[in-house]
Each structure stands twice: as C-alpha cells, then as structure tokens.
Design a binder for this molecule. Structure first.
Ligand code: F6P
Length: 542
C-alpha cells in the first residue's frame, strides 16, 4: 500500500496544514522549556532540534508514522543480517564491522565476526610494519606517503575523516587521495611523491570501477618507469576489495589484499578495510576509537525509545521538512574547518541511498524522497550563500555542526566561531519583523529601506555541538547520519542500499568512448551527443 494513504501519513499531512501559521520564534516566547524539551545530551554531544518547526503534537504524529512503518522490526532485520537489500540479494551489515560485543552475527548461517577480526588484525600488522619502517620500498627505504586511489564510498569517508582528524595524524606518514578520472588529479599527486617511498592503496569494492582502474593503471605504469622489476609492485601496491580475481588480474598479490564483503555497501564501507588509508594516517587505535563511537550510536539506536532516539528524530524531522513543509534540500554547515569535506560525504550517503522513485515493492511512488544534500563550512558560507537562506522564499533546513573545543588553540578563534554559528541559527529562526526594523530606523533613508531589511525567519535547523572533535565523536556523528538515512528509507518504503541510478551513465560512457575512438561515424546517438562527439574528435590533439 502506498504510504501516503496510511492513517499516520494523513494525520501528519493534516497537522502540517494546521501548522501553516506556526513561527518558531513565537514558540520560544510561549514556552521557556522549549530547548530542554527538544534537545538531547549524549556522550559529549548536544543535539538541539528546538529550532525546528515542530510542536509536541508534531513529534507525536511523526513517532506514530515511524511505528506504522514497522521501524523496530526493520531495525532488527538490519542488525540481524537479513537480506534487506533485496534488489542485490544482500545483507546490510556495516554495523557488524564496528560491533564491539562478543555476540556472533550470522550471514547464511556463518558467523562473520571471525572474518572481520582477521582483516582488522591483518590491517593492524600491516600498519605497524609501515609505521615502524619495516615495510620497505624497492630501494630499501621506508614508506612515508600513502596514495589512496578510489572513488565514491572508496574515497569520500576516509578522505573526509583524514582531514577531520588532522590533530591525530602520524607525523611521518602523509596520506593523499586520488579519485577523479581527470588526469589532473593523479598528475598533481604524482609530481609531489617519491616512487621509492610511496605506497598505493587501490580501493574498490568491485575492482571494476572505470575511474579507479584508469588511475590505478596510470599509477602502476608511472611506478614501473622507475624500476625494471615488475615484482617491485608488491612492495608499493596493495588492494582493498571484495573481488580477489580482478585484484590478481591487475597484478597485485592477493596476500597484499585487504578483503571486505558484499554485505558492506560502498557508501557504508569506511568501517571496513576501506578505512585502511585512514588508519595508516591516524593509527589503528584511533581508527578503533572511531569504530567505538559508531558502535555506541548503534547501541543508542537499537535501545533508545523513539522519543529519545537521535537518528530516529533526525530522520523524522527530515521527513517533516521534505514531505510536509516542502523543503527540497538540506544544507550541511560544519563550523569546523576540518569538517570541510563532510557535506560531500553526507551527500553520497543521503542521495545515493534515498534518491529513488520506486518503492520496495517495485511500485512507482508519488511522494518526494531524498533531499538534495549540499553545504560548505558555515563561516565561509555566511559570506557566500547565506543571503539566500535568510531572505529568499526558498525554505532550506540546515544542520549546524561544531565543537566547543578545537584541536588548535589559537587565541580568540573558537569563541568567535561558536558565536557566529549560534548567531546564524538564531537569526535564521527569529528573523526580524517590519516593526523591529522600523523601530531601529534613525533617518528617512533607514525608513525607506525597511522592507529590504525584514527577515521572515522560521528557517528550521538542527545543531550538533560536540565537546571535542575526536575519532570517537566523529564515529558517533557518521553513525547518526547512517541510521537517519536508514530510518528515512524505511518510512519512505525504499531500498536504501542499492544504486541502480548510477548504472545507465556508466554504460553509456563506455558506448560513447568506443564510438569516440573509432574512425567511423556511427550516427547512433541523438544529435546533441553526436554533435558534441564530432566537435571533440575534430578538436582533440592526441
Ligand atoms: O557511484 C556508484 C558506486 O558504485 C558507489 O556506490 C561506490 O561507492 C562507488 O561507485 C565506487 O565503487 P567501487 O568501490 O566498487 O569502486
């Protein structure tokens, strides 16, 4: 049955109509306890959702919606390893990768925990060797540079976290990330590295992804220009994949392969061996602290009642904003420079998971799913796109993310940064009325421009305020968003774990490439594609 015909959905819809005049500013005036009611403190994180356009009734109706979608049962099915990714016939068990309990987790009747432990041990032993200078390059020098080649989930998580955890970097190791097919990406890295001391981690779940394979081949050819011996590849290339056969075909010794499994989705894979470049950069103990942070959120998600369950609340608010208030996007605004890549990571997580138009039963859906996720560091954004957030007619809900303490103790910065984040959230929520602006006017000119200085306010936002940005707190943050996306997928009745929408473009790129390198004019594309190809062919200087 289509979810929009369910009683709980209809009740929320009716309530949204009744809320059309609601202004959050007034709600704060009427209820001095509002912050207390709509914020949760958990393990060094303060989650404040009191600036959302919600009332007690809104939340009650949304919790009903979650219950009607059978969320508790689906949550159990997720953690128990049922094949909930039915279009790929796979379990979804990224949570098993950070499960710190002694409980077994079964896939096809086999406990997967020993396999996970064994890869973690292999990672640890390898990292120790590299850090201790015992893993030597082909001229006998220790490794000091890691270049990770991967894209999407095999890049975004480790890259974002390596940046975010700068204060935790192992000083003698530098980690770089190459993802783009554009040769400029790899070329820029290659000019800065020494083949004698560089190790490439080729990260690809499938080991067939065009971008990664092209970059990996180019890196291997570049490396072989510095040594005559093909066997030296073993000292400088390791693979992270589920596909041992293709790894061997590429020429990487499968002893140098770090395995993961088909029940780990690409965008959920940073907890697996895909995290190797990150763990090389920050140390295995910090990688484990990240996993522990995520495990703590898994426990919170599994055991907390919906009313105190942060990912459930995040998901429900997202649905309220998307489906009932009509907000098409969600802006991620880290007020922490080290989190500058977080919007990119959350973009793949949210949009690749829930950007769907067919429900779990294969029926076309008639409701919106998957907000457009975008964003940038908040303080820079203030001087770029915040004008639209404050005064346009487009409703853009926001997630502010920051920390009280910084890894960098430059005097005066942190308090000013927090003040800006709090001020923006307040300004967007309160706005400024015509009356307030008029009262402040001192001259005729001031009175003339009153309408330009009015802010509607009522822009909803969440705030995630951490005491410190640590591996543990970042593990928590990512797991919160992962579960948020899962809950939304359940309520929207989607499979959040496939991504068929990326296939068509991949297939067509191959067809276009074949025709582009052929001398014949195939004329099998539309006239625009054909025209562009002809222009490219005529202008391309080989
Ligand atoms: O963009 C599609 C996708 O399959 C993502 O889901 C995935 O993270 C990325 O490509 C990379 O895939 P792989 O790890 O197999 O190279």
């Amino acid at each position: 049955m289509c979810i929009t015909t369910n009683t709980a959905w209809k009740n929320v819809q009716q309530h949204a109509l009744e809320m059309s005049e609601f202004h959050v500013r007034d709600a704060f005036v009427e209820d001095s306890e509002r912050f207390k009611k709509y914020s949760i403190h958990l393990d060094g994180l303060l989650f404040d959702y009191s600036k959302q356009r919600i009332t007690k009734e809104t939340m009650e109706l949304l919790f009903e919606l979650a219950k009607e979608s059978d969320l508790e049962n689906w949550r159990d099915r997720l953690f128990n390893g049922e094949r909930i990714n039915h279009t790929e016939d796979r379990s979804v068990l990224h949570t098993a990768l950070r499960d710190m309990s002694d409980d077994p987790i079964y896939v096809d009747g086999k406990d997967i925990k020993p396999g996970i432990d064994s890869v973690l041990k292999k990672m640890e032993a390898f990292i120790d060797k590299v850090h201790n200078g015992d893993w030597l390059g082909f001229t006998g020098k220790p490794i000091d540079t890691i270049v990770n080649i991967g894209i999407g989930g095999s890049d975004l998580g480790p890259k974002m976290l390596y940046e975010a955890l700068k204060p935790y970097h192992i000083p003698k190791i530098k980690v770089c990330f190459v993802s783009n097919l554009d040769g400029a990406d790899l070329a820029n890295q290659i000019t800065q590295i020494d083949p004698e001391t560089t190790l490439f981690t080729i990260a690809s779940k499938t080991f067939t992804t065009l971008e990664t394979m092209q970059n990996a081949n180019t890196a291997r050819n570049w490396f072989l220009r510095h040594t005559e011996n093909e066997s030296d590849i073993a000292k400088h290339f390791v693979a992270i994949s589920t596909n041992a056969e293709s790894v061997a075909e590429f020429g990487i010794d499968t002893n140098n392969m770090f395995e993961f499994w088909d029940w780990v989705g690409g965008r959920y894979s940073l907890w697996s061996a895909i995290g190797l470049p990150l763990a090389l950069g920050i140390g295995m103990h910090h990688f484990n602290a990240l996993r522990e942070g995520a495990f703590d959120i898994d426990t919170h998600f599994k055991t907390s009642p919906f009313e105190r369950n942060i990912p459930v609340i995040m998901a429900l608010i997202g649905i309220w904003n998307r489906n009932f208030l009509g907000a098409e996007t969600l802006a991620i605004l880290p007020y922490d420079h080290l989190l500058k890549d977080l919007p990119d990571f959350l973009q793949q997580l949210g949009m690749e998971s829930n950007g769907k138009s067919v429900d779990r039963d294969g029926e076309e859906i008639d409701y919106a799913t998957g907000a457009v996720v975008w964003g940038a560091t908040g303080n820079n954004g203030q001087h770029a796109f915040f004008q639209l957030l404050h005064q346009s007619k487009t409703l853009v809900p926001l997630d502010f993310i920051g920390s009280v303490n910084s890894g960098y103790s430059l005097e005066g910065h942190q308090q000013k940064l927090f003040s800006n984040m709090a001020a923006q959230a307040k300004a967007l929520m309160c706005g400024k009325t015509e009356e307030e602006v008029t009262k402040e006017a001192k001259s005729q000119h001031d009175r003339d421009i009153v309408p330009y200085r009015v802010f509607d306010g009522n822009v909803p936002s969440n705030m995630f305020l951490f005491d410190h940005l640590t591996p543990h707190s970042l593990g928590m943050l990512i797991a919160l968003y992962e579960h948020k996306v899962f809950v939304q997928g359940i309520i929207w009745n989607l499979n959040s774990f496939d991504q068929w929408g990326v296939e068509l473009g991949k297939k067509l790129a191959n067809e276009i490439l074949d025709d582009l390198i052929s001398d014949e004019n195939t004329n099998k594309h539309d006239s625009s594609t054909e025209g562009l190809m002809n222009y490219f062919k005529a202008s391309f200087m080989d």
